[in-house]
Design a protein around this ligand. Structure first.
Ligand code: F0G
Length: 458
């Protein structure tokens, strides 16, 4: 098989500032060993997130120039509406400035104390928006989805039996909606099968519960269905996406992922009454319904991006990049969450650095060393982000998984960048015995990972 090349040429470049290991050691020490506190220009390869970090195409940039900045009824809104409608067929499409703004509007209307929102796995902002309104966010992913070694092809699936039981137990009247995150970011970027989406819709439908998709990575999910689910290999990704959305009553979308733009999102649904309420909240907090917190040019870029993201040469290259990284890690024996997801590789930090106890944050040790060794920025998704310390007893409870996420911006890095990442990983893994744990010198009461300061435990 020949190399799967990037299916694009480079017309504009952005310089990467190279640094030495000595410089990086000083930079990370000065940042209190927190990778969020390093300036982006001091990073060589930035794999912190795939959100808002995509490279836009020539046609998207042309769309930026072509944007109609009229306050109401702009041409760019209609182009955006038509494109989203073509893919999702939702009746009401409401632009928002990013995904969590769509979530906030939705839960502002539907969530309140005593209500429950089940999902395969809620992303953090979705959970936070539900909890902010006093409702409860419940994760019902299949058991395979929690096992880092399971090779189940659709580890993002919701457990249908658990969903059914949950509805019986809680009562449909207390469940304003059910959600499915496609792909399941918090579970490793794992896809949800068409069969699962269809079956979830059937269960929800029987109880009159609307099914909403968190559709940020819908194109990557569609491509996994094409590759892995019987009966879909001859369908186009666009047809698969259309079928996925046909089972849903609405969606929230962060266009910063699979719409290939740096900012934007939308909320969409079929229910007229819900849409009316959502538009009223939107006008107060985001903007008029034909721009919703975005510029006309952003809407143009989203419309164009949604076309490009369903291009199968692009999706083939995209999914293959992550798979390629997985294959190489396998050869090097580096432990990671399997199979590789759609947008990221997640290192299994507990298996990578078993000598570091959970309360000394093995994921942090690896993330810091990837920076020091090669200027790579990754993200600890483990004890620092999700571990809990009881304020009374001081007892620490680690999360079920200690991961380090290497998220891949779309169309930004080439294969040689990824080969470089693999070389750095190989060195760090070879020297893993020398990795040392960390302790907090400062932690904020909430979302501590963003601002925490650390010292190395010698
Ligand atoms: N849903 C999912 C599944 C996400 O991954 C994100 C963002 C959001 C909703 C929120 O969208 O950022 O536009 O408000 N995920 C980013 C990440 C931040 O790094 O995984 P947003």
């Amino acid at each position: 098989m020949r190399t799967i090349i990037e299916p694009f040429k480079i017309k504009m470049v952005e310089a990467i500032k190279m640094t030495t290991m000595e410089q990086r050691k000083r930079i990370i020490e000065k940042a209190g060993y927190n990778l969020f506190l390093i300036n982006a220009e001091d990073i060589i390869i930035d794999l912190l997130t795939d959100s808002g970090t995509a490279a836009m195409s020539d046609l998207q940039w042309a769309g930026i120039m072509h944007g109609d900045e009229s306050y109401a009824g702009a041409r760019s809104f209609h182009r955006f509406f038509d494109k989203v409608s073509e893919i999702t067929n939702f009746k009401h499409i409401i632009p928002t400035h990013q995904g969590r703004a769509a979530e906030r509007i939705l839960f502002d209307i539907l969530a309140k104390p005593g209500k429950f929102v089940p999902s395969n796995t809620h992303f953090d902002t979705t959970r936070a928006n539900i909890e902010y309104k006093g409702a409860e966010a419940v994760d019902l992913v299949i058991n395979e989805g929690k096992d880092p070694q399971s090779l189940h092809p659709f580890k993002g699936n919701i457990d249908l039996q658990k969903l059914e039981h949950f509805i019986q137990e809680i009562g449909a009247e207390n469940i304003p909606l059910c959600m499915l995150t496609i792909t399941n970011n918090s579970g490793g970027g794992q896809p949800v099968s068409m069969e699962n989406i269809k079956a979830a819709k059937k269960i929800c439908g029987q109880h009159n519960i609307p099914l909403f998709l968190d559709a940020c990575r819908f194109a990557e999910n569609s491509y996994f269905i094409k590759l892995r689910e019987p009966g879909y290999d001859n369908k186009s990704c666009k047809e698969i996406a259309q079928q996925i959305f046909s089972y849903a009553d609405g969606c929230t979308m962060s266009a910063k992922k699979d719409a290939l733009v740096n900012i934007g999102g939308f909320l969409a649904m079929n229910d007229d009454d819900l849409a009316l309420q959502a538009r009223n909240v939107l006008i107060v907090t985001e903007g008029f319904p034909t721009y919703g917190g975005l510029a006309g040019r952003d809407l143009e870029a989203i419309a164009q991006g949604l076309d490009e993201v369903l291009d199968e040469d692009y999706l083939h290259y995209r999914i293959r990049t992550v798979e390629y990284m997985g294959e190489k890690l396998e050869q090097m024996g580096v432990p990671y969450l399997k199979p590789p997801g759609g947008h990221a590789i997640y290192l299994d930090a507990r298996a990578f650095a078993p000598q570091i106890p959970a309360e000394q944050f093995p994921g942090q040790a690896i993330a810091v060393e990837l920076y020091r060794s090669g200027g790579i920025r990754s993200c600890e998704i483990g004890g620092i982000m999700f571990g809990k310390t009881d304020p009374k007893t001081g007892q620490y409870t680690p999360p079920s998984l200690e991961l380090v996420r290497l998220a891949f911006p779309r169309r930004v890095y080439t294969q040689s960048h990824f080969d470089y990442v693999l070389e750095v990983l190989e060195t760090v893994y070879k020297n893993r015995d020398q990795l040392k744990g960390f302790r907090f010198t400062y932690q904020a009461p909430l979302l501590r990972h963003f601002t925490a300061q650390f010292e190395i435990i010698d």
